[in-house]
Design a protein around this ligand. Structure first.
Ligand code: EPU
Length: 424
């Protein structure tokens, strides 16, 4: 077990490069199931969720090589159609193999994900959509079992905007007979990237990026040679790191247009953000102004940035209100931030944060990926030492965040956490 140790109080300065997006790499890796031959994916972040996905593909029979940001996946030998409980319980996005397996092989068996730290997160929309496309879907012993001779195109009206739901159904529809329309579709850049890559593989998808995606099914797809888009959430996290430490940082290898909502809120809070083609310079000179926000599907403010922004607001001048509208329980960081001296009141899906002038270092427990990132941000500015335990949550989605922050001057390191001896 490792822990992160941060000695706070350094203003970050310098340049940092952002890695490829976990939430783009995962569906792209799953999309390789749709083709036969060797797929190549570049700019793949070396994070635990990516390695779990590679394991899942290997379990299906694929040959996977992953090194130095490049993944090669050959799927000729797929002979198993199952995502087992052991993998799904560690990564809900495993469910993204359902659509591709069903479309290409006519069958799939995927463990039903349980609840998770940030909310119930059902997959009813994925299943309802596949059933509407003609699949038989059964629940048996905790697994979803789906089969179909060939899926058929239809109109799918999603009850809510779901990112992986849209991705799963879009992938399924690429090999279906006829036209599928996904209405109330997710518009996230990762959905657009997936559609672009699928089109390069021979799919016929239009409308990705709007709330109505149309997919004309084809008989087969070619392998992909694609590059994962930059991680807008890692970029946003680093932007908040620059602001909370009152630093001056160039955040590079990004697509600034994907960060419009985050940039707008940081500017409202008093940051100077200069945008160039593939990088932004973020500066903040004094305590942030208090800013209210509600999380929303893209292009609104991302739920994946809510915890990090709350860390920033905990030091704001004044009171801010943050409403979480996507996940009902995504406030696990609040109790830990309060242990550092933050003043936060929770009322259902709403947090009221009365800014303080100083946070204090403390021993903390990471609870989920983005909550961990918010504790790192708070630790960077806190007075004294912060120790964050259960850092494996951070490793699921950030590639070497500590090293990147160290490169900007932060005093952050990883050490082995002593397992306490039982007291007799
Ligand atoms: N929902 C349903 N039924 C469904 C699907 C979703 O009720 O069938 C609900 C969810 O419970 C939630 C809302 O719809 O309340 C939106 O969930 P969504 O399906 O969009 O989430 P997801 O696809 O499971 C992806 C990201 C998350 C990110 C959300 C929202 C990936 C692999 N994961 O999850 O990323 O928070 O979209 O933007 O793309 C993270 O990276 O830390 C992370 C959690």
């Amino acid at each position: 077990m490792q822990k992160i140790v941060i000695d706070g109080g350094v203003s970050l300065k310098g340049e940092v490069n952002v890695s490829g997006a976990k939430n783009s790499a995962l569906p792209l890796l799953m999309a390789t199931i749709l083709s036969e031959g060797e797929n190549v994916l570049n700019n793949v972040p070396n994070v635990v969720d990516v390695r779990t996905t590679c394991k899942l593909l290997e379990g299906l029979g694929a040959h996977v090589e992953f090194s130095k940001g490049k993944a090669r996946i050959a799927n000729e030998d797929i002979s198993c159609y199952e995502a087992p409980y052991e993998l799904v319980k560690t990564m809900r996005a495993s469910v993204l193999c359902l659509g591709p397996l069903l479309a290409r092989y006519g069958k799939a068996r995927v463990s039903l994900p349980g609840g998770c730290a940030i909310g119930a997160r059902p997959i009813d929309q994925h299943l309802k959509g596949l059933e509407k496309m003609g699949a038989k879907v059964n629940l048996s012993h905790g697994y979803v079992e789906a089969s179909a001779r060939r899926l058929r195109g239809t109109v799918l009206l999603m009850d809510m905007v779901t990112v992986t739901g849209t991705e799963n159904l879009m992938m399924a529809a690429t090999l279906a007979k006829g036209i599928t329309e996904i209405k109330n579709a997710a518009r996230e850049p990762e959905v657009v990237q997936l559609a672009r890559v699928l089109n390069r593989m021979g799919a016929k998808i239009s409308g990705a990026g709007s709330n109505c995606i149309s997919i004309q099914g084809v008989d087969d797809l070619r392998p992909m040679d694609a590059t994962v888009v930059p991680d807008r959430i890692e970029a946003g996290t680093l932007m908040c790191a620059a602001c909370i430490t009152r630093g001056d940082v160039w955040i590079q290898k990004i697509i600034p247009a994907h960060l419009v909502a985050v940039t707008a809120k940081l500017r409202e809070a008093g940051a100077t953000v200069d945008e160039q083609q593939d990088r932004v310079r973020v500066r903040m000179k004094s305590r942030p102004a208090a800013v209210d926000l509600s999380t929303q599907p893209y292009p609104g403010f991302p739920t994946d940035m809510q915890a990090q922004f709350m860390a920033l607001m905990s030091m704001a001048k004044g009171t801010s209100i943050i409403r979480e509208r996507i996940f009902e329980n995504r406030f696990m960081h609040v109790q830990e931030l309060k242990r550092m001296g933050a003043k936060i009141k929770l009322d259902g899906g709403q947090a009221t944060i009365s800014g303080v002038s100083e946070l204090m270092g403390a021993p903390l427990m990471a609870t989920d990926l983005r909550a961990s990132a918010s504790l790192v941000l708070a630790g960077l500015v806190a007075k004294g030492r912060t120790e964050i335990h259960r850092v494996y949550h951070l490793d699921r989605g950030y590639q070497r965040l500590g090293k990147k922050l160290r490169g900007l001057g932060a005093r952050i390191r990883r050490v082995s956490a002593q397992v306490p001896k039982t007291i007799k």
